[in-house]
Design a protein around this ligand. Structure first.
Ligand SMILES: [Zn+2]
Length: 338
């Protein structure tokens, strides 16, 4: 498994002329740094945690999705420093594998030093979900503030957003767009009537850009194609059908109509031609990089993300691994203002 992983990294270096890099947390002034904290989906996996990607641009530290295990992977990558620094979360949609660690990051970051509110953006229903989380942990917050934890930073602010630019400051622009992840009748293509919305995001910073597909099926009208044209890094989900005939395989395949096969992602990459196409949110999580690449008929630069992999987007695309960059002993971390 490890050998396969490093072989795929080596292949990426050869194909892209990308530089390897270890450690060193923050991106430099005009770069975007991505840290893949979880590259899996709802199915538990010890190698691919739930979907969560940290974006660092300038002074901003933004989490895209908050899947299972995100808090632990973030701590693994950058210790208490990064755990207390992230104060924005972008949610692509309200499935548990994209939201369940939002309260974990909000409360842990606050408890160990963050004094800014946690700001969460997502589709319709996000503000209500965050209000429910706030209500669920009301006793926890009152308890801890009574015993002396600072109250600042305990706020959880959810905002419902629509497609379009919703954040534009300090050179950082974030655009949301609709993606197609709502349930449909597979035979007719008609909606099954569930209300709600699912989003993808594009982040632009000083001439660098990254697009997150969110969870989506692929169709000719996909908004990923216009928003993804010319982007530096395009991160796309994928699901490979199970070919067994067990009840488990049949259940696993229920979601095929709301996800994208590797052949469909190849089409998206072909239409958008990013500097680098990346698979993350991989179903099933045990798919190897080699198997996924073999299923993807695309001649451009692409790779399969691994948990804790980093991509720094600058003049070069630099691939690295985030681990142990911060302090893991709280009393030595220097993260609480006097
Ligand atoms: Zn998902």
């Amino acid at each position: 498994m490890r050998i396969v992983h490093w072989l795929s990294m080596l292949l990426a270096f050869l194909l892209l002329g990308i530089q390897g890099q270890q450690g060193a947390y923050a991106a430099s002034a005009s770069e975007i740094k991505l840290t893949f904290l979880g590259t899996g989906a709802p199915r538990p996996s010890l190698s691919r945690y739930g979907p969560a990607i940290l974006v660092e641009a300038g002074d901003y530290k933004i989490m895209v999705d908050a899947g299972p295990g995100m808090r632990e992977r973030l701590f693994q990558a950058g210790g208490f420093e990064i755990l207390t620094a992230v104060d924005h979360i972008l949610i692509t949609h309200l499935h548990f594998d994209h939201t369940i660690s939002a309260p974990g990051l909000w409360l842990t970051g606050w408890l160990f030093g963050r004094k800014t509110p946690m700001k969460v953006y997502g589709p319709t229903g996000t503000a209500a979900m965050m209000a429910h989380f706030r209500a669920a942990y009301d006793w926890d917050i009152r308890y801890r503030t009574v015993v002396g934890v600072h109250e600042e930073g305990s706020q959880l602010l959810g905002t419902d957003i629509q497609s379009g630019v919703f954040f534009d400051q300090d050179g950082l622009k974030i655009t949301a767009f609709d993606v197609e992840h709502m349930p449909i009748n597979v035979a007719t293509g008609e909606s099954l009537g569930l209300e709600g919305a699912t989003l993808g995001y594009r982040i632009d910073y000083r001439g660098r850009s990254v697009l997150f597909s969110g969870d989506t099926r692929s169709t000719a009208s996909s908004q990923i194609i216009p928003y993804g044209k010319g982007v530096d890094v395009l991160i796309h989900e994928t699901q490979v059908p199970a070919i067994e005939n067990s009840p488990e395989a049949i259940l696993a395949n229920v979601s095929l109509s709301v996800h994208s096969s590797p052949a469909q992602v190849a089409h998206v990459f072909e239409q958008t031609r990013p500097r680098l196409g990346v698979y993350s949110h991989i179903i099933p999580p045990e798919m190897t990089a080699e198997a996924l690449l073999a299923l993807t008929d695309y001649d451009g630069n692409m790779m399969v993300a691994e948990d804790l992999m980093t991509i720094t987007i600058g003049d070069e695309l630099t691939i690295g691994r985030a681990e142990g960059a911060g302090t893991d002993i709280f009393t030595q971390a220097d993260v609480v203002d006097d």
